[in-house]
Ligand binder design. Structure first.
Ligand code: PGA
Length: 250
């Protein structure tokens, strides 16, 4: 059965409370779309956004998520947030292993795997990100890197659980450089093969592409083999852009 595309907006460290109307405008677009839509605001906005969406008539199709979580449920970890806290604030999903965490915060695959277990423990649906750097691609290491990240970041406990994998080449994030069609398809097929070999899930994971997705390239990216969703950074901040990407999924 074809999946509804998953359109996920990662707001990163952007957004104050005055961004709530943007999310409400995205909710309006999501209500008219067959796509599944998720927004990952900064954690400070999760509760307010969840309240604002719930205050609208009828259930909102927009799901909210965190951008990272700690592996433990609670403890002396200054500045960290647990998966349970994100859930308590209104999250249903969480992004894990984003390259800005892997590279900026030196997160190893094993840490991503531990956080994935935490997400499952709290009942959050994880989107686990993988992707090669430009150096790794130029050295011909793309397949080796993606395979290692998949093997070491995805714990076997994902068997039977709903989760998703995003392919985000590090060199495509925030740069305006989008890989060629063949490069995207090649990575997606590698991911799908890995998932089919290791997990026998009833809900087949979405495989998302992320990295410089814009309103003008979204429809084309979604048409590529193996792309059944998009993880959008910069173009998810304004409803004007993000709603065009949601519409591209129809
Ligand atoms: P970008 O970010 O769309 O701004 O390139 C994508 C991401 O980091 O998820």
């Amino acid at each position: 059965m074809p999946k509804h595309p998953l359109i996920a907006g990662n707001w990163k460290m952007h957004g104050l409370r005055d961004a709530i109307p943007e999310a409400l405008a995205m909710d309006t677009a999501a209500r008219q779309s067959r796509a599944s839509v998720a927004i990952f605001p900064p954690s400070t906005l999760l509760f307010a956004l969840s309240e604002a969406l719930n205050a609208r008539p009828g259930p909102s199709p927009v799901r909210l998520g965190g951008q990272d979580c700690h592996k433990d449920a609670q403890g002396a970890f200054t500045g960290d947030l647990s998966a349970e806290m994100l859930k308590d604030a209104g999250a249903e999903m969480v992004i894990l292993g984003h390259s800005e965490r892997r590279h900026g915060h030196k997160e190893a695959c094993e840490s991503v795997a531990a956080k994935t277990l935490a997400a499952l423990r709290a009942g959050l649906e994880p989107i686990i990100c993988i992707g090669e750097t430009l150096d790794q691609r130029q050295e011909g290491l793309t397949h080796a890197v993606l395979s290692k990240q998949l093997r070491d970041s995805l714990p076997l406990a994902l068997e039977g659980q709903t989760f998703h994998v995003a392919y985000e080449p590090v060199w495509a994030i925030g740069t305006g450089h989008v890989p060629t069609d063949d490069q995207v398809i090649d990575a997606m097929l590698l991911i799908q093969k890995h998932l089919a070999q290791r997990f026998h899930n009833q809900v087949v994971p979405h495989t998302l592409y992320g990295g410089s997705v814009k309103p003008d390239n979204a429809r084309h990216l979604l048409s590529l083999d193996g792309v059944d969703g998009l993880l959008v950074g910069g173009a998810s901040l304004k409803a004007e852009d993000f709603n065009r990407i949601i519409a591209a999924a129809d």
